[in-house]
Design a protein. Structure first.
Length: 326
């Protein structure tokens, strides 16, 4: 895979526009690599939030060899959008998931962009073709969708289309991978990209199983983390079921289970997130949380994610080896 966009720019300057949940996390990861990070957010307490977030996650970044104990972040907090994007080689757009807000931001941003800069939106599910509306030249805009929290979860989903300049996806890919990310590239536009569609599929059934009285919230959560979720951290669903067929692989698995899956798929639920269903889920989570607050749960999730990531070097090396052959 060519890496021409930033080949001669050892340390591209990165701008983060919108430093909420996702922007703070991106800012910390990019700063850990020693790069200069220009931050612009419309809220006045953005600097305190980004610096506080850095302090809280720096030990995790060190544990993953993404930062050294002495790393000092090179953050610069900008008063205006222009001041951030006019000096950046790479702009990570992380404002809220509202099409009109993103289009208004792009209208203001495009005239100020440095020539050749790449703009990657973290959008969870908006379509690139919709986000390109209003650009004079949308060739530098792509989808670069992370999974929360981006400073820990390696996946970034990339998508560009026939209006995207040829060097943009390879350049973005090189930058993300230099920060330790695992990138996948979508071949065509689809609502929700890939990972959120998979998440939506499993969450739909998890809701249905609670809503229809089959199982409690606590137990459906355990059915994932103590069962298939543990395996999914190591290999994806197709590869795991390939092993489920024994020496005969996926073909043997399908011979045995095709009819069962056809019946199960027909029986899967179609829940809706109405007030009663949401209340049931919230009550179930309160039972399961046992008084642990948001900060405690987040700390537990992140500490265990770090442990899992440290154990996954083989999965990663295998992915990179296959990728090199493509
Ligand atoms: N929350 C998630 O789990 C998640 C995961 C992956 C991707 N994303 C995507 O990331 C993006 C950001 O989501 P989030 O959860 O961080 O939202 P958030 O609400 O936590 O943060 C958005 C930030 O943008 C700022 N902002 C709003 N308008 C702005 C403007 N015009 N200029 C500059 N700053 C502005 C806000 O002040 C806020 O700090 C969305 O597109 C979302 O779909 C979210």
């Amino acid at each position: 895979m060519p890496r021409d966009q930033f080949e001669n720019v050892e340390m591209p300057v990165v701008a983060i526009v919108g430093s909420g949940l996702i922007g703070c996390s991106w800012a910390a990861l990019i700063a850990a690599t020693g790069r200069q990070v220009l931050v612009f957010d419309s809220r006045p307490d953005a600097e305190a939030l980004v610096r506080g977030f850095w302090d809280s996650v720096h030990p995790e970044l060190v544990a993953l060899d993404l930062a050294t104990p002495g790393t000092q972040p090179r953050f610069e907090f900008c008063e205006t959008l222009d001041a951030a994007v006019s000096r950046a080689d790479f702009v990570l757009e992380c404002i809220p998931e509202r099409l009109e807000a993103k289009l208004a931001l792009y209208r203001a941003m495009e005239p100020a962009l440095k020539p050749g800069a790449i703009v990657a939106t973290s959008s969870s599910g908006l379509k690139l073709s919709d986000l390109q509306a209003g650009w004079t030249d949308p060739g530098r805009l792509i989808i670069g969708h992370p999974f929360n929290p981006p400073h820990l979860v390696p996946l970034v989903e990339l998508f560009g289309n026939d209006r995207t300049d040829a060097d943009v996806l390879p350049g973005a890919r090189a930058l993300y991978e230099s920060c330790g990310k695992v990138t996948i590239t979508l071949h065509r536009e689809v609502m929700g990209h890939v990972a959120n569609r998979l998440q939506a599929a499993i969450w739909r059934e998890a809701i249905h199983l609670v809503d229809s009285g089959v199982v409690s919230v606590r137990d459906v959560n355990a059915a994932v983390w103590a069962g298939p979720g543990l395996r999914w951290a190591v290999m994806g669903p197709h590869m795991l079921l390939n092993l489920g067929g024994g020496e005969g692989g996926l073909r043997a698995y399908c011979q045995q289970f095709s009819e069962s899956y056809a019946e199960w798929w027909k029986d899967l639920g179609q829940p809706s997130l109405d007030a009663g269903t949401i209340q049931k889920l919230v009550d179930g989570l309160a039972d399961e949380s046992g008084g642990r607050d948001y900060a405690t749960l987040r700390r537990q999730r992140d500490a265990q994610l770090v442990a899992v990531l440290r154990a996954l070097s083989e999965t990663r090396a295998g992915f990179q080896k296959t990728d090199a052959l493509v």
